[in-house]
Design a protein around this ligand. Structure first.
Ligand SMILES: [Zn+2]
Length: 288
């Protein structure tokens, strides 16, 4: 869900991602900690993708030195998101029950955002991780690398047995010309008093209601709502492209290669001959 305010110029995005994160957990068999971390990244990707059109996509990569390893989340125009975490089984002892230490799981490093607008080369920007909690890191990235002051809240509520109870996010940005405007104290007070998006979603609030809470007192104009869903774009043809660079010198005739898609877990089985034909086209006639 996307909404704008004209004066001061603001944009607000909210997404309910409970089903998406539940699906990610099912596909990747993530621990509670990995579910929370990947879920936050997926919510962030869903938010950034809400303003895209056509074939455009954005990818968030959280690359830290913590035990979870890298986290990748991709969002596309139209609402499709997908992602994975390098070490999905990692758990960490927590000081307080029910509180998942995502920051420690991620560690220190960088957050990268790649915007593929479908025309020229994709653009990638990066910023250091400030907390490893992902929401704050994304806000810092947007403020420093994209020069857009942003408030980002990303949350996943995971039940003790690992089920996803609620997940979602809220992003509010001050657009050019809005810095220092008189209404911004009110926005800050609104955001300060707003519960976490996952709490609001658990209470049954819609993305529209979450935005109205964040922009209470402003004249809000909503865009038509947009779905968010988990969908992978992998195909056998794309996989063959990726396999074209694999060294097959040791492969026996008749051998079948198995390749697993990182994003959805689907396993493709490809006879080695099929890959050989692809990599090594018939030799060109030798010059006379
Ligand atoms: Zn896939």
């Amino acid at each position: 869900m996307r909404a704008v305010v004209k004066d001061p110029p603001l944009v607000a995005l909210a997404a309910r991602c409970t089903g998406v994160v539940q699906e990610a957990r099912r596909r990747h068999r993530t621990s509670a900690l990995a579910t929370a971390a990947l879920g936050r990244a997926l919510a962030g990707a869903a938010l950034l993708a809400a303003t895209l059109k056509g074939e455009e996509s954005i990818t968030i990569r959280v690359v830290g030195d913590g035990p979870l390893g890298g986290i990748i989340a991709e969002g596309r125009a139209g609402g499709a998101v997908r992602g994975y975490v390098e070490n999905p089984g990692v758990e960490l002892p927590t000081a307080s029950p029910g509180k998942l230490d995502v920051g420690r799981g991620v560690g220190t490093g960088h957050l990268y955002v790649t915007r593929d607008m479908g025309l020229k080369e994709p653009y990638t920007g990066r910023a250091p991780l400030v907390s490893g909690e992902i929401g704050k890191d994304l806000a810092y990235y947007l403020a420093t690398s994209e020069q857009t002051p942003s408030a980002v809240a990303l949350g996943v509520l995971v039940e003790p047995r690992g089920r996803v109870r609620a997940a979602g996010g809220l992003l509010v940005q001050v657009l050019p010309g809005g810095e220092g405007a008189s209404g911004l104290e009110r926005l800050e007070a609104n955001l300060h008093g707003l519960p976490a998006p996952s709490t609001l979603i658990e209470e049954g609030k819609t993305p529209e209601e979450i935005i109205l809470g964040a922009l209470s007192g402003f004249d809000v104009m909503f865009s038509p709502p947009q779905p968010v869903f988990y969908r992978c774009r992998c195909t056998r043809a794309r996989l063959l492209e990726a396999l074209a660079t694999v060294d097959l010198d040791d492969a026996a005739p008749g051998e079948v290669l198995e390749a697993r898609c990182h994003f959805c877990g689907r396993v493709y089985r490809v006879p080695v001959e099929e890959v050989r034909n692809l990599v090594r086209p018939p030799a060109a006639p030798s010059p006379p």
